[in-house]
Design a protein around this ligand. Structure first.
Ligand code: SER
Length: 650
């Protein structure tokens, strides 16, 4: 089966089991301070697990674009070196929200793998959670019993918390898991070494393909596990690994997911894949990394100097370094892979094709400028006269010039020098400690005041209302304490679409506290304050700063006039890449690859001003189904996740 067919068989199977098929969420995270990138299929459903959002479908399946390069799940250093880890990968998943549980999850996983995909059942192993004293969790005997229907007991392995208790981050929904591993070694090898001894030991041909997680707890920031109101299923199957198994390959890179990209790199670099381990690693790094980079840009995250943008920049640099050193390519090359990838993905993920031009140009630009830095670093190395490469210098090359340590070691070796690796690691550790300290924020657990799960936003109609405090928590950033408050009903607009969050006050029991910002976290509206009212129960008055909101919404309207004028004058390719709208001004970032001329600027200004002077009344429609809104010609942004119903402004 071709990879496209494999993806479809998975989705069709779960559709036949009454699952709603939904699109992948963007890979770049917005509205979740605990994650920069989607690292698992379940991220977009975090709210449903926690009970913060109403459940619309209790069974869902999809393929999700994931990226595991930061935080709790980080595979970056393995990528390219081995044949089965990736930065960006697709995770096929099926979910139950308070509906079916272990029995069906295991039955269907087995049925799909063995009866539909025809994987030889003799090659399959299952693992189950053995329990953990410290967490107070028990062995998962239900999963064990279920597997006994299909597998002999010597192929059901009990594993510890590290392997069989799944958590998306330090806090959040989690639970015991049961994994399916497959042994794709030759019969000879199987005779020599028993497959069960190779499960979970990083063997390239005895690998995990599917993780069935039984979500039943929320990990609190105190480290405690709190049972969730309902039990859920979260499964994730590595699409590229599944393709390897079904296409009888020994490496993910030998499947049709990567073949077109590898061909392209061979053609451009003149190096052959499969002949030398060093060039193979470099080629694997490139064909893997281009996917992470291209999909991130498509989702609106350009390479930059901080946070998510910096992660993308580092991935890109890693790819450039490998091609520069091991493929001897001294010119930009990654950008030329974009059309190949876009074509290959056009049915499952049309966002690449739709933005091919932008993605290509951004990557080419990044590559050119990094190649210059790389050359400067190499010159520095030329002039380095010490006998041994000191830790500080190796670190400077790493940190400032983007040299991976193995590149530094290689160049050092050519010059007959060694690298003081201990000192290098000490420098690395210092930097990690510094950045950890800078980022350290301590988020307390929610303290419930009144019952209720959701906050209703009423701020399109009114700017003040009566409300009750549902919960609050204390957050310490550096030395400063702040409080975050959730109300059952709020007129406060939470920052989104570039528009800043409302400020104002909350009055309760005779005291007024100032609200200094409003943000959305998943689906919660969070009001920031320096203190909480002494009296928390009872009815509060929530009042938005009207003057500020009024100015802000006008500037927000202007942002859209500007976007439209830019398209008219510069061309339809102009896409919004970020914006900031407050009561003073609007800032609008957009993609265009030339300097805008003075004449063009004047023309844009004229269009916007004349539209303002027309004083056109706003036409607002609420709760329009997203498909209908799109059909009406609404402008939507790539990389944004929209609800099923949207508010349309004309
Ligand atoms: N959340 C689990 C994982 O990412 C299963 O989907 O492995």
């Amino acid at each position: 089966m071709k990879s496209e067919e494999i993806r479809q068989v998975f989705l069709n199977y779960f559709k036949s089991k009454n699952h709603e098929i939904v699109p992948s969420a963007p890979m770049v995270m917005k509205n979740d301070p605990t994650l920069m990138f989607t690292n698992a299929g379940m991220n977009q459903f975090k709210d449903l697990f926690l009970g913060n959002s109403p459940i619309k479908y209790n069974r869902i399946a999809d393929t999700q674009k994931c990226l595991r390069v930061s935080g709790k799940h980080n595979d970056l250093e393995e990528v390219g070196v081995d044949t089965y880890h990736h930065t960006m990968f697709e995770m096929l998943g099926n979910w139950s929200f308070g509906d079916y549980f272990k029995e069906e999850a295991i039955d269907w996983a087995w049925d799909l793998l063995v009866n539909e995909f025809k994987i030889n059942k003799e090659n399959l192993y299952a693992t189950v959670f053995e329990g953990d004293k410290k967490d107070g969790t028990n062995e998962d005997s239900e999963a064990y019993e279920q597997w006994k229907k299909y597998l002999p007991e010597d192929r059901i392995l009990k594993c510890n918390k590290k392997d069989n208790f799944w958590e998306m981050g330090d806090t959040g929904p989690c639970g015991p898991s049961s994994e399916i591993h497959v042994d794709i070694r030759s019969d000879d090898e199987k005779k020599k070494v028993d497959g069960s001894t190779l499960v979970n030991v990083d063997h390239p041909h005895v690998i995990e393909i599917w993780n069935l997680v039984f979500i039943q707890y929320n990990r609190l920031s105190s480290g405690k596990l709190e049972p969730l109101p309902a039990k859920h299923v979260d499964t994730g199957m590595g699409f590229e690994r599944l393709c390897m198994v079904l296409q009888n390959k020994k490496s993910n890179y030998d499947t049709d997911v990567f073949a077109p990209l590898i061909n392209h790199v061979q053609n451009v670099s003149g190096k052959k894949f499969g002949q030398n381990e060093e060039t193979d690693i470099a080629i694997r790094v490139m064909v893997d990394h281009i996917r992470a980079i291209a999909f991130s840009i498509a989702d609106g995250q350009l390479p930059s100097n901080n946070k998510a943008g910096y992660v993308i920049r580092r991935i890109l640099r890693r790819a450039v370094r490998y091609s520069y050193t091991y493929l001897d390519v001294k010119e930009p090359i990654l950008f030329s892979m974009v059309p190949v990838l876009a074509k290959q993905m056009q049915n499952a993920f049309p966002e690449l094709k739709a933005q091919e031009d932008l993605i290509t140009k951004v990557i080419q630009e990044e590559e050119s400028s990094f190649l210059k830095t790389l050359e400067t670093g190499l010159k520095k190395f030329e002039n380095y006269k010490e006998k041994e490469v000191k830790g500080e210098f190796a670190f400077e090359l790493y940190d400032t010039y983007g040299f991976p340590i193995d590149l530094t070691q290689l160049i050092a070796k050519e010059k007959g020098k060694s690298v003081d690796m201990d000192a290098f690691h000490a420098e690395m550790k210092k930097q990690k400690d510094r950045s950890r300290k800078a980022a350290a924020s301590d988020t307390g657990d929610w303290i419930e005041v009144n019952k209720g799960d959701e906050s209703e936003f009423v701020g399109y109609n009114v700017l003040e209302c009566e409300a009750k405090i549902l919960k609050y928590r204390k957050v310490t950033v550096g030395k400063k304490d702040q409080f975050q408050i959730v109300l059952n009903k709020t007129p406060f607009y939470a920052e989104s679409g570039g528009q800043v969050g409302d400020t104002g006050y909350l009055e309760l029991g005779g005291t007024k506290i100032e609200i200094i910002d409003t943000q959305k976290e998943n689906n919660l509206f969070i009001h920031f304050a320096k203190k909480v009212p002494g009296e928390l129960n009872g009815n509060a008055k929530a009042v938005v700063n009207k003057n500020k909101r009024n100015h802000t919404i006008k500037n927000h309207s202007v942002t859209h006039l500007l976007h439209s004028a830019l398209k008219k004058v510069l061309g339809d390719h102009v896409a919004q890449k970020g914006s900031l709208v407050n009561e003073h001004h609007t800032r609008f970032d957009f993609s265009h690859f030339e300097k805008v001329t003075d004449e063009q600027l004047t023309e844009i200004e004229k269009i916007v001003n004349s539209k303002i002077q027309e004083n056109i009344a706003i036409d607002e429609q609420r709760s329009v189904p997203i498909d209908k809104a799109m059909a009406q010609g609404a402008t939507a942004l790539f990389g944004e996740k929209y609800g099923d119903n949207v508010r349309v402004i004309t």
